[in-house]
Ligand binder design. Structure first.
Ligand code: SAM
Ligand code: SF4
Length: 313
């Protein structure tokens, strides 16, 4: 569930240089997001991930999180964040009922971190991660998009940081979403296998059967608590196991990250306010158009023109 397309960072793989954001009237209100969230929970959905854009820059987002977090039908409310506001918000987030937090972190070098995020402050994010641990979040996970000649030489440092701090970490292959000039995705592509080979030179990697219901495939390192995940939309297609759908900040229900199949839930709730049966039927019918799989080709122009900030991870 994306609660905003806006962000205080502009990561080079997630946003174009001159990104424009949606007008506020087109964005779902917190009340509308809650109505849609509840409809999914009533249909039996047990896990909701709140994302963005940057979810923690959305005004009053804690109100929505508290409502979802205290809904008895939900087993897990998760949050994906860039960590910029986490130091301040870790404790209120814990109280709201958020169970798991993923933090994006592509570099441990302040200047490189600033370049990749276009303006992020590494120290704020590291402080946020440590506040999340102190607030009592159990499995805080780092998400790292790996790009060759950008941050691939930090794979060991990032792994070490995760292992030493009892954090999980997922290494992600960059997806060709939206057109960018900043780098050539075919040249910067780094496969999960290459990443495992680099880690394997220093640590014993043992495949794990653990699954969190997401696209990460997990491995462990004997003697450490951390899980090392690999999200491989190119090299190890995960579509067969995918039961995720995504709600964009403007209320489109997207059935797949790598396809355009979608249904407009904002139109349903704004034209028929209070008609929960219509909303439920629309959601159930949408599942019939969930595509079987995505096809990404790094040597072609991106087929999907929306950036990841509109859909979250
Ligand atoms: N702002 C939050 C954050 O950065 O975690 C939440 C939204 S962000 C779009 C969610 C995740 O998508 C992040 O982990 C980010 O690294 C990842 N992401 C963004 N663009 C991507 C791309 N083109 N390919 C792969 N992952 C991407
Ligand atoms: Fe913002 Fe997250 Fe996208 Fe970076 S990855 S620009 S932090 S939404």
């Amino acid at each position: 569930m994306s609660v905003t397309d806006r962000c205080d960072f502009r990561c080079v793989y997630c946003m174009g240089e001159n990104m424009t954001f949606l007008p506020r009237s087109q964005i779902l209100s917190l009340e509308e997001l809650d109505i849609i969230g509840r409809a999914f929970i009533n249909l039996g959905v047990k896990k909701i991930r709140v994302t963005g854009g940057e979810p923690l820059v959305r005004k009053n987002v804690l109100t929505l999180l508290t409502r979802l977090g205290h809904n008895k039908g939900l087993n897990e409310l998760a949050l994906t964040t860039n960590g910029s506001q986490l130091k301040r918000l870790a404790l209120p987030l814990k109280k709201s009922g958020v169970r798991r937090i993923n933090v994006s972190l592509d570099s441990l070098q302040p200047e490189k971190f600033r370049k990749i995020t276009r303006n992020g402050n590494l120290n704020h994010v590291l402080a946020g991660i440590s506040s999340a641990k102190k607030a009592g979040f159990q499995r805080v996970k780092i998400n790292t998009v790996v790009m060759k000649n950008r941050n691939d030489e930090e794979i060991i440092d990032l792994t070490e940081y995760a292992l030493d701090n009892d954090l999980d970490i997922s290494f992600i292959e960059e997806m060709p979403l939206g057109e960018i000039d900043e780098h050539n995705r075919a040249l910067t592509f780094c496969s999960s296998r290459e990443i495992r080979e680099i880690i394997g030179e220093k640590y014993d990697l043992v495949p794990s059967t653990i699954t969190t219901g997401g696209p990460s495939r997990y491995w462990s390192v004997p003697g450490y608590e951390s899980r090392l995940g690999f999200i491989s939309p190119h090299s190890e297609n995960f579509c067969a196991d995918c039961n995720r759908v995504r709600l964009t900040a403007e209320g489109k229900l997207l059935l797949c990250l790598g396809n355009e199949h979608s249904v407009d839930l904002r139109a349903v709730i704004r034209s028929h306010p209070g008609d929960n049966a219509r909303l439920t039927d629309t959601i159930v019918n949408a599942m019939t158009i969930k595509p079987e799989r995505h096809y990404f080709d790094l040597n072609e122009k991106p087929k999907i023109l929306r950036f990841m900030n509109t859909t979250g991870g």
